[in-house]
Write a protein that binds this ligand. Sequence first.
Ligand SMILES: Cc1ncc(COP(=O)(O)O)c(C=O)c1O
Length: 399
Amino acid sequence: MQIRQANQGFNFDKYPTFEKDIDPKQRAWIEVKGKAIETNVRHLRAKLSKDCQLMAVVKADGYGHDAKVVSEYAIKGGASQLGVATLQEGIKLRSCGVKIPILILGNLYKKRDLIISFKNDLMPTISSIRECLICNNIGKHFGLKFSLHLKVDTGMSRLGFESDKFVQQFQKIKSFENISIKGIYSHLSSADEENSLEPKSITQLQRLKFQELLKQINLKGNHNIKIHLSNSAGMLLNKDFHFHMVRVGLSLYGYSPLAKIDKNLSLTPALFLKVKVAFIRIIDRGVKVSYGGKFVSSRKTKLAVLSIGYADGVPRNLSGKIKVIYDNKLYPQVGSITMDQMMVDITGSNEIKVGSTMVLLGSEGDKTITPIDWANESNTIPWEILCSFKNRLPRVQVD
Ligand SMILES: Cc1ncc(COP(=O)(O)O)c(C=O)c1O
């Protein structure tokens, strides 16, 4: 009887079979607010002097938001350049029709990759004379100049020329005729630390080292070379860190790495993580929930099973530590987060039904949960939370 009822009114033949026909909001998804990106860029640019440019860092698929959407709105907001980590990320953006300069922040060390970079008009980051020579040879072969940025290490010990050899090496690089140095940059390791503005902080020492090197190589009269040092945190410290361009990631997406310092920064989170309730069950008092049975109900409990888990990028070590929003109320997640599902205690709610949408990250009414909250609970950083979301979660653009 029940089966017959469930089948009533169904025209089985009209239902499609293809993956593309599945509603992206059928299970769990990420909503990306393009307008928020645009507004954030405008807001950040307002802190820069007129001739200081903003590079939107859209690596790792736009910090998990969808690099294409982020780039489109960042450019609308006034971003002058884009930063990616890999050759593939850069090529993808070029194939989407992005025309503005793109810098590859990672290292390309093979001739083949540098040729592909050149052919796609992507600027590589150069950290050695050897890489510079390869670029020069590629430029010579095509009878053109290969545009690139030089990176100098001022304390990160990651990519970049060694600072004590840079001045000497720069003299040699200057003689390479088939490269065009479009930028010289370095990267701050600790700008988000609370003491960053103190005179002897790592951040101030990095800035001073960078400035000293720039003084020694003497770029006077060369207006084509963009000098840049700062990520979001560095940019938000003060104008001493701005130079000709800033490279902003996290703040572009609506989160301040300096929330404790800059309380007036009104950035808008661009990402919402939403999920459907797939099932509802009521359990008695004393019933174990999820793997390991670590959560035991202390009363008769109504559970919503949400179709999202660590295979989507929700860290398993957030089990029992997060809340989910529905209709401006917070509900606690209980038991271990599993690969594809998690349980939420919705006792007392009559409104939440199978098919209801709950918010894991984002705002509803006056409730907000951000990747910073998750990061604090799981002993990591918001960058990692954002970059962990898997492709299994469709990205849905909303404005
Ligand atoms: C070289 C470089 N510049 C800029 C950024 C942007 O940093 P943030 O997201 O803190 O603004 C990153 C990010 O890791 C980076 O690696």
